[in-house]
Design a protein around this ligand. Structure first.
Ligand SMILES: [Zn+2]
Length: 306
């Protein structure tokens, strides 16, 4: 069955790229509502932005949703991953600024907030998107694939010259709370060499060593070091879960990302939905719903982070 939050939960902080402060409140919503953002600081024009793949602007460093009135919200992927991973299908996310607060760079604060409020079951089955054909998209040596599978699986490979990251591969089945347990506390990361270039382009203005893992060759500059030896690839899997949730519901399929980013995963979703016979919406049976993330969440399994 579909789920929403029992009560609202609020998060406050600055955006990673804009540095802009924002107060974000995730509210319960009716069955069939889906995930929507509402810019409460926009007084003229359409402030409602559905979290759907064809409103994603394909920017390389974060996922930005833009509605037809040109109203946008940026860096939605980590709250989307938390909602997907906690099995929240319906929510209205009110935000009074242009960018979702980055928190600690992972999804763990969002997960803890959602699970503190709890979720409640609604009187409608989950609408999921079942992958029927294998679809692959490629760009600049990166690739992203979706193929048929009973549940949702995510596999990712990254390969960086910096020895602190190097080549990392991980494959996970997303059922039974594995997102919360294994991925939710993995933080966004970047190379020190890229920080200046991003700032020169007006990005990462809110980035600090407290909300991103910064590496320089073999060194991890962030105090306390890594939370997992392969934190970087785990974060890419977190991003993929959030970006895939922009399908409009959970995906039943296997995702394989090789050096992929937000933009390529969005191209994959667009191609999937444009390809005749590649995907179909289904109302999940209890057996299918049991294979989705959000089933089997256990409070004590939320990672404890400093
Ligand atoms: Zn991310």
């Amino acid at each position: 069955m579909q789920h929403t939050l029992k009560t609202s939960v609020t998060f406050v902080g600055n955006g990673l790229h804009s540095g802009a402060p924002a107060r974000m409140t995730v509210r319960p919503a009716a069955a069939g509502h889906g995930i929507w953002f509402k810019r409460t600081d926009i007084e003229i024009g359409d402030s409602m932005i559905p979290a759907i793949y064809d409103l994603v602007e394909r920017t390389p460093l974060c996922t930005r949703l833009v509605n037809e009135a040109g109203v946008s919200v940026s860096t939605v992927e980590h709250i989307m991953a938390a909602l997907a991973g906690c099995g929240v299908h319906n929510a209205l996310i009110e935000i009074d600024g242009p960018e979702v607060p980055i928190m600690d760079g992972s999804s763990v604060d969002f997960v803890r907030g959602i699970m503190t409020r709890g979720v409640r079951q609604q009187a409608a089955p989950v609408l999921a998107y079942q992958v029927l054909k294998t679809i692959t998209v490629e760009k600049d040596g990166a690739s992203a694939t979706l193929m048929p599978a009973d549940g949702l699986e995510i596999e990712f490979t990254i390969d960086f010259a910096d020895a602190a990251i190097g080549r990392q591969t991980r494959r996970m089945d997303m059922r039974n709370g594995s997102f919360v347990r294994e991925l939710s506390d993995s933080r966004t990361f970047c190379r020190r060499a890229d920080v200046e270039a991003m700032r020169a382009n007006g990005l990462a203005l809110g980035g600090t060593l407290e909300n991103a893992v910064v590496v320089d060759g073999a060194d991890v500059l962030t105090p306390g070091g890594l939370r997992h030896a392969d934190e970087a690839v785990r974060h890419k899997m977190l991003d993929a879960l959030g970006d895939l949730y922009m399908a409009g519901g959970p995906i039943l399929g296997r995702y394989v990302g090789e050096k992929a980013g937000h933009s390529l995963t969005n191209t994959l979703l667009r191609t999937l939905f444009e390809t005749p016979g590649a995907v179909r919406p289904i109302l999940c049976s209890p057996e299918q719903a049991a294979l989705l993330p959000g089933q089997g969440l256990i409070w004590s399994e939320i990672p404890q982070v400093a």
